[in-house]
Write a protein that binds this ligand. Structure first.
Ligand code: IMP
Length: 195
């Protein structure tokens, strides 16, 4: 019998529309839907570990297909700062403040890391994505959000904010983490359908 693949809708707990849009366009290729879930309260602990932040947030409220993501920008010459504190740094000193911290320092290497958590059968599964690059001298470009105007991925001269959504989605930490999640879901769906 020819069965249609089961359709999954993930409920992404976030208030960030950009993240939902990026996740949707990455996962739509796998036939996975994403909706924004803002009725569930995302409890964020303070921790140096993105994995711990995501796990804690999901464990409190583990409902099937709930997804939480936490990200950070890790700057090598600042020993990984701001990392899990990226949101706070963005709101306080902003992009120019971060770039000022690098004045006089040789290295501008940095990476973005995304940790995506999925709740399934009362268990939290984690998926990670990293993109390496460097920080620009000045903010450049108007696309994307957050630190996009100052992040230049390896192999490119454009910042994420200059390159447009399609290219960013091929390279980004978020796309790598969500592609890993999609791989996992595809495998479990295949095993259910083949059973
Ligand atoms: P959070 O995961 O929403 O707490 O994000 C941490 C910080 O990283 C926030 O300031 C976000 O704006 C920023 N951030 C997360 N993902 C991206 C991205 O894809 N591009 C640029 N900034 C990002």
């Amino acid at each position: 019998m020819n069965q249609e693949p089961a359709m999954i809708t993930l409920r992404f707990v976030t208030r960030n529309q950009h993240k939902v849009k990026e996740a949707s366009s990455i996962l739509s290729r796998y036939g996975i839907n994403v909706v924004m879930e803002n009725s569930v309260n995302k409890v964020e602990i303070q921790s140096d570990s993105l994995e711990d932040i995501v796990t804690y947030a999901l464990k409190l409220n583990c409902i099937n297909w709930l997804v939480v993501e936490d990200d950070g920008l890790f700057v090598d010459s600042l020993n990984g700062f701001p990392g899990p504190y990226s949101e706070y740094v963005y709101r306080t000193i902003g992009l120019r403040g971060l770039l000022r911290l690098l004045q006089g320092s040789e290295g501008r290497n940095a990476y973005f890391k995304s940790v995506v958590g999925l709740c399934i059968n009362n268990e939290v599964k984690l998926f990670t994505g990293i993109v390496k690059g460097k920080l620009s001298e000045e903010p450049r470009g108007s696309g994307g959000f957050g630190y996009d105007p100052v992040f230049i991925p390896d192999g490119y001269d454009l910042t994420f904010a200059e390159m447009g959504e399609e290219l960013k989605n091929k390279l980004s930490h978020r796309s790598r983490a969500f592609n890993n999640l999609a791989g996992y879901l595809t495998r479990i769906l295949d095993s259910i359908q083949g059973a």
